[in-house]
Design a protein around this ligand. Structure first.
Ligand code: FAD
Length: 469
């Protein structure tokens, strides 16, 4: 009897517990079943589909070196994955199926169904640094606020060494060219080229060491400025599981041995972001209904979002007349990625200035992001809308002009993505309309779709009225 490693959102060789377990059983077969319809229903961005496809080809080559042959099949949805897996296991006489668990609701239900059907699915956990369900407060419940979660999370990290999943020596010889199909793996569906993002092997060899050895020291200072490359750019890899979050912490603590006790350091500030990532995954683990478009805070269920379509469209296209917002949205449309500071700014602008339901923004992000990840995206949107766990309170409303002056003072970022404003003086670029008017250039750039002060008052009234309803 044979075993099989089933890859899903863990497209990597290093620190992949399911793969390590499978190899220990002498496994020589790997399976990937692309559920194309399901991915569309989950709003997977075409650039992420392309990114997955490229990593599947890399994975196939890496697995071949380990004597494991990857079979890549196309199915429609999760139910057809179950059917396909059942047939495969019968045909191949599979004794064990090894996989890493996925926290999202539909994914979790699929796995439960497989187990209930009697298939021998053995699940490991590969998506977080500290195991989900293990970071609890005094009442044995999930924390409702980030900082105490982070402190308890840190305590776990200090107490328990990170046991990375090391690969055993391959028991089988490499899969030879004769067994390897010559064609590239091609996934059907709309794709957008993701080549600007190198494959994860380059990231592991070059980008991560360079970030940890050098850039990490300046992260604290630079991370909020979208015009500067101050962050790691690892989110696309973490989202599809091409890089292990635990191996990042492992590498970080090797370079910064006192990291876990030095919470004011720049390296810790970066670790803190990885803790946010864990926080939202743990949250989803405890509250799977978040996958059903629910507000985390039920008291916001009465909000009746006006959802003005024209305002929403202007936001989507980067035509709001607020340069930082427009630059951010155009960065998303052109590159499939957006800086974290800007994600907060545009999410706040959509929900509070334009009073559009956060779910519409959440969906639009998912449809365009290369790093689309349900837990981080939902967490970020609900944080911005004020409906989430440890959210920004509804009465705190980002001023897009002040944010622009603080984080893009010289307009470096705005000039890049809103080129019609490239020649404006820095002082005028953050809200250029009076200047454009005085110099007879109003045709250059779209007028503001809302007035900041009026929109702010309106938002406060909107939230207050519905909360007291
Ligand atoms: P770095 O600053 O280098 O951080 C390292 C890693 O920590 C990131 O790669 C990411 O995995 C994690 N991380 C950082 N910030 C956060 C955060 N606030 N929440 C959760 N994890 C974090 N991140 C996604 O990966 N996918 C999403 O779909 C996503 N949607 C978002 C939507 C909104 C409205 C907001 C406010 C944030 C969202 N984020 C999302 C979080 C964050 O913006 C990105 O992870 C970050 O910009 C990625 O850039 P980086 O890899 O250079 O991050």
């Amino acid at each position: 009897a044979e075993s099989v490693i089933w890859f899903r959102s863990d497209l990597r060789i290093l620190d992949n517990p399911a793969l390590a377990n499978a190899l220990r059983q002498g496994c020589t077969k790997a399976l990937f079943m692309a559920p194309l319809e399901q991915w569309l229903q989950h709003d997977m961005a075409p650039i992420q589909l392309d990114f997955i496809q490229r990593h599947l080809n890399l994975l196939r080559d890496q697995l071949a070196e380990l004597g494991v042959e990857l079979t890549c099949l196309t199915v429609t949805d999760f139910d057809s994955q179950i059917d396909c897996l059942t047939t495969y296991c019968q045909a191949q006489q599979i004794k064990y199926i090894y996989a890493n668990s996925e926290v999202e609701l539909n994914e979790h239900r699929r796995d439960q169904k497989i187990i209930a059907n009697g298939l021998p699915l053995r699940l490991s956990e590969a998506d977080v640094i500290v195991p989900k369900g293990s970071v609890l407060n005094g009442q044995q419940e999930m924390y409702k606020v980030f900082t105490p979660f982070r402190n308890a999370w840190l305590k776990k990290l200090r107490q328990h060494p990170l046991n990375l999943a090391f690969l055993p020596e391959p028991a089988s010889p490499p899969v030879t060219a004769a067994h390897q199909p010559a064609e590239q793996i091609e996934l059907a569906g709309d794709k957008v080229c993701s080549k600007k993002w190198p494959l994860s092997d380059i990231i592991l060899q070059q980008v991560i060491p360079e970030f940890i050895d050098n850039k990490c020291q300046d992260y604290l200072q630079l991370r909020d400025y979208p015009g500067v490359k101050g962050t790691s750019g690892l989110s696309p890899y973490l989202a599809i599981g091409a890089i292990s979050p635990r191996s990042l912490v492992n590498a970080l603590t090797q370079t910064f041995p006192t990291l876990l006790d030095d919470i004011t350091s720049s390296a810790f500030c970066w670790l803190n972001e990885l803790a946010w990532r864990d926080f939202y995954k743990h949250l989803l683990f405890h509250f799977p209904e978040l996958c059903k478009h629910q507000n985390y805070q039920q008291k916001y269920n009465h909000l009746q979002w006006p959802n003005d379509n024209a305002l929403f469209d202007a936001w989507c296209q980067g035509q709001t007349g607020y340069p930082l917002v427009d630059a951010a949205m155009r960065q998303l449309l052109q590159t499939g990625w957006m800086h974290n500071r800007l994600r907060m700014v545009v999410a706040s602008f959509l929900t509070k200035h334009l009073l559009v339901d956060w779910r519409r923004g959440e969906r639009f992000f998912m449809q365009h992001l290369i790093d689309g990840d349900f837990s981080a995206n939902n967490g970020g949107w609900q944080w911005a809308a004020g409906t989430g766990c440890d959210a920004q309170p509804y009465f705190r409303i980002f001023n897009p002009i002040t944010q622009s002056k603080s984080f893009d003072a010289e307009g470096v970022f705005i000039r890049k993505f809103v080129p019609e404003l490239a020649a404006l003086p820095s002082k005028q670029i953050h809200f250029p309309h009076p200047y454009l008017h005085d110099t007879g250039q109003t045709a250059l750039y779209c007028p503001p779709i809302v007035d900041h002060k009026t929109a702010r008052e309106q938002a406060l009234g909107f939230y207050k009225q519905h909360l007291s309803a």
